[in-house]
Design a binder for this molecule. Structure first.
Ligand code: ZN
Length: 193
């Protein structure tokens, strides 16, 4: 398992709900936390590691044991509340790229944790922001889709570099063709969603 970089097509895949919480998912989640800590990130969504279902992990401490490990399965967001706040965001699928993003400061979320228990809670501040960023991922949306024209212009060259690198990797056979990627995701969906 690796963290995919922009513009890998799985990052644009709209993920599906999981049918159940099982041992396979626990293994996946453990691996997701490991990758996230290795990259010093605070959140990671399943389609960032080439999986098509609705799971993301968060640890605001970005280090194992530093803060609470949170797992969100089949999350549904509701009741975003004003004020909308603008803060700098980054993404493990776009290492080194940072830009300001406007998001509601408070959200209400329902989801399941790894024990299969329902989470039903209101979140604020950084945690609300990270949750919204990760749910965007699960819907195939990236933070660069939410930039102002000015912010978009400031990161345009960096995004073009990622695009070039992706095309090179694809030409060298390190990244499969779109159809092969889609077939693999559909196969996983049949088993788990
Ligand atoms: Zn991200």
């Amino acid at each position: 398992m690796d963290i995919l970089e922009y513009p890998h097509p799985t990052l644009r895949h709209k993920t599906k709900s999981l049918r159940r919480v099982d041992a396979d998912l626990r293994v996946t989640v453990t691996e997701m936390f490991r990758l996230m800590y290795d990259a010093a990130g605070i959140g990671l969504a399943a389609n960032q590691v080439d999986l098509p279902y609705r799971v993301f992990v968060i640890n605001l401490g970005s280090e194992r044991g530093q803060d609470e490990e949170m797992v969100f399965i089949n999350p549904v967001i509701s009741r975003p509340k004003a004020p909308v706040e603008e803060e700098e965001e980054g993404c493990l699928s776009l290492p080194g790229v940072f830009a300001p993003v406007r998001r509601p400061s408070t959200i209400h979320l329902t989801a399941f944790n790894l024990a299969g228990e329902e989470i039903r809670s209101e979140f604020q501040g950084l945690l609300a922001r990270v949750i919204q960023h990760e749910i965007d991922h699960l819907d195939g949306v990236m933070f660069i889709d939410r930039l102002s024209d000015t912010a978009e212009m400031a990161v345009r060259d960096e995004l073009a570099d990622f695009q070039r690198r992706f095309e090179q990797r694809r030409e060298s056979g390190k990244i499969p063709a779109d159809e092969k990627i889609r077939t693999r995701l559909e196969l996983i969906e049949k088993t788990y969603c």
